[in-house]
Write a protein that binds this ligand. Structure first.
Ligand code: PA5
Length: 426
């Protein structure tokens, strides 16, 4: 489904030196015996997911598709980025499909929140509230506002049938509310953390509502699960990629830049930044994940990448076959001088931009570049890629002797904020 070329970043001899560590860590992942082992539920999830729950989810998602103009998904971090990136990547940025999917609860922005609430006033909307803890402030505020608007519009009884929740099976304020109100509720299992949850109802409910083939996505993840659970460093592209990252960190390239040539894939980079940043950035260790969308950013960051401080290496996600294409027309006067590419497709121009940039960055700029070639991006391939990156992330973090599944650092700002807001106990 994908080809992973790490040859510009690390040699086969250097890869082979990791064999001992990779064998040990792969066993740890499969046996669930490493640090944070109570959060390894995602490893076998593509096979082990609750089939009955998925069927129920598909029925609810169809109900949403058939009855509403808009689905508002409220969640933040791991409870939002997976669905957001998959919808953008698979549906494009100008999809006219119904229902429209709007995300809320990922910000405290008064401007954005006020605008969305105003926009929803004359729309028939449903709500999908997603929070594992059930107490995240951004999500809770958004949900309180949305629930209030919905209940004022359609009444409490109808609102109840228009709210779908994903949360912990027993704990948290949201779970208590779901029980009390009788919302249709889906479970984010205890042993799967937010940033590893895209293939659970956290990602699958909004995706199914957006007409994404979620069974194909799970099938893609299942294939990846089967392909990457071994320590064969000649063939395991997932671990070869993980090793290339570790090698870069230890060879003066502490910044990884995720690059796409498709604006609709930019959010995949956001998902990757959370996955790797929150999993690895601990104990003063870890690569800094950054991102760029080319060719757009070649006209801004391109200068730095080519000639600036030599800190970064690239991991490029190159989709070879677009879903749609455009042919450049011929013009009889040719005043813009474009006739030399008249009749060519934009996908061809984009690939030439990729090839030209790769050469410029690697050869002239000395920027090491990994390339992940993706034949075409559909639901199955994206499921495969999600699993590929989650497993690579676990391997990378364990190579650094870091627990990939906690995030102790993110609590500190919250404590300060709660204190300033006057929350009880802070
Ligand atoms: O990956 C994570 O654990 C975080 O990004 C969480 O998903 C995020 O903070 C949202 O948490 P919750 O789902 O509890 O609202």
């Amino acid at each position: 489904m994908i080809k992973v070329d790490v040859s510009n970043v690390i040699s086969e001899q250097e890869i082979a030196k990791y064999q001992h560590q990779v064998t040990r860590i792969n066993k740890m992942i499969n046996d669930k015996s490493g640090p944070g082992n109570d959060f390894l539920g995602w490893v076998n999830w593509p096979n082990d997911y609750d089939k009955n729950e998925l069927e129920r989810l598909l029925v609810d998602a169809k109900y949403v598709r058939d009855n509403f103009d808009v689905l508002v998904v409220t969640g933040i971090g791991g409870s939002y980025l997976g669905a957001k990136c998959a919808i953008d990547a698979l549906k494009g940025l100008k999809s006219l499909d119904k229902p429209e999917i709007i995300f809320m609860g990922q910000t405290f922005s008064p401007n954005y929140t006020a605008q969305v609430l105003k926009y929803l006033e004359d729309k028939k909307f449903a709500i999908n509230v997603i929070s594992k803890s059930g107490t995240t402030t951004e999500t809770s505020i958004a949900f309180r506002l949305l629930k209030d608007l919905l209940e004022r519009k359609v009444g409490k009884e109808e609102a109840r049938k228009s709210i779908f929740a994903v949360t912990d099976k027993a704990r948290g304020a949201l779970k208590t509310l779901c029980n009390q109100e009788g919302y249709s509720t889906y479970v984010l299992p205890d042993d799967i953390g937010g940033r590893y949850s895209v293939l659970t109802p956290v990602g699958l409910f909004p995706l199914a509502a957006a007409r994404v083939d979620v069974k194909a996505m799970l099938l893609g993840a299942q294939e990846a699960r089967k392909e990457f659970d071994n320590d064969d460093l000649k063939n395991n592209k997932c671990y070869r990629y993980a090793i290339s990252r570790d090698y870069m960190l230890h060879h003066s390239h502490p910044v990884e830049m995720y690059v796409t040539y498709e604006p609709q894939m930019s959010q995949i980079s956001e998902w990757l930044k959370q996955l790797f940043g929150e999993s690895e950035g601990k104990e003063k260790k870890g690569l800094l994940p950054t991102s760029a969308t080319f060719s757009t950013d070649l006209h801004s960051l391109g200068q730095f990448i080519q000639d600036g401080s030599p800190l970064l290496f690239e991991t490029i996600l190159n989709v070879l076959e677009p879903k749609e294409d455009v042919t450049i027309p011929s013009d009889k006067d040719d005043l813009d001088g474009l006739n030399y590419i008249a009749g060519k497709k934009l996908s061809y121009v984009n690939q030439m931009a990729f090839q030209g940039t790769l050469k410029a960055h690697q050869e002239d700029g000395g920027v090491p570049c990994n390339v992940i070639y993706i034949e075409k991006l559909d639901a199955k391939t994206l499921g495969y890629l999600f699993y590929f990156f989650m497993r690579a992330c676990a391997m990378s973090a364990y190579l650094l002797e870091i627990n990939p599944f906690n995030q102790p650092g993110v609590e500190i700002y919250k404590k300060n904020m709660f204190h300033l807001l006057g929350k009880k106990g802070y």
